[in-house]
Design a protein around this ligand. Structure first.
Ligand code: ZN
Length: 116
């Protein structure tokens, strides 16, 4: 079907299929599909939930991210910065949620909260 590739933005024949970054589907053009590319925002969102890049990410996933960055022409420094920003936004959203739900206690970050 015709559509817009979620990775490169090209308007062309696309295939909709599941992303490697979570239970979500995107439209991929043939080039992005066969080269295992993913939308940049999806990669930033997914990695920021796991922690910082690259230290909190396992080797195969690091390589996968670097492959995508190289194909998209985005520097690793830019990616690290974007992951850090997304992670900060998550913490702020969580602090806000705790404020709105006063019986919950904000402990500073997700790791503290989910470690029993
Ligand atoms: Zn594409």
């Amino acid at each position: 079907m015709l559509g817009k590739c979620a990775v490169c933005g090209k308007e062309t024949e696309v295939t909709v299929c599941c992303s490697a970054f979570g239970a979500v589907s995107y439209a991929y053009c043939n080039h992005c599909l066969v080269n295992n590319l993913e939308p940049y925002e999806a990669m930033v969102a997914d990695i920021s939930c796991a922690g910082n890049f690259p230290e909190d990410i396992n080797k195969p996933y690091q390589e996968f991210c670097r492959h995508i960055l190289k194909e998209l022409g985005i520097s690793e420094e830019q990616f690290i910065e974007d992951v850090r920003k997304a992670s900060k936004d998550l913490d702020e959203d969580y602090a806000m949620w705790c404020k709105e739900n006063e019986n919950e206690q904000y402990l500073g970050n997700y790791d503290d909260y989910f470690t029993f």
